[in-house]
Design a protein around this ligand. Sequence first.
Ligand SMILES: [Zn+2]
Length: 95
Amino acid sequence: MTAGGRWPRADASATACAIVLTYRAHRRTILRAFAWYPAVKTFVGSSRGGLCAVCRGLIRLNDVEYDVEAGPWKVRIDVSCYRLFVEEMSDALRA
Ligand SMILES: [Zn+2]
């Protein structure tokens, strides 16, 4: 990335490709970091509308959303990412 915060044109398609290829792994990496935090807390509620902090998917008004807190870090996530989070939590608890 340049100092101006834009990707150089020649790198843009390669970057987009890499993002797609690493997308699922990236979601897992973020969620794993939360799942392995010793005192992680989760809250469920009805959304006021917004974007999932992990996949950037739309969370519609009144859809179920989850707040996951790990110390000073907090993410608001959708049901799909919460399912991945639960898988990571069960791995963390088995370890
Ligand atoms: Zn998500």
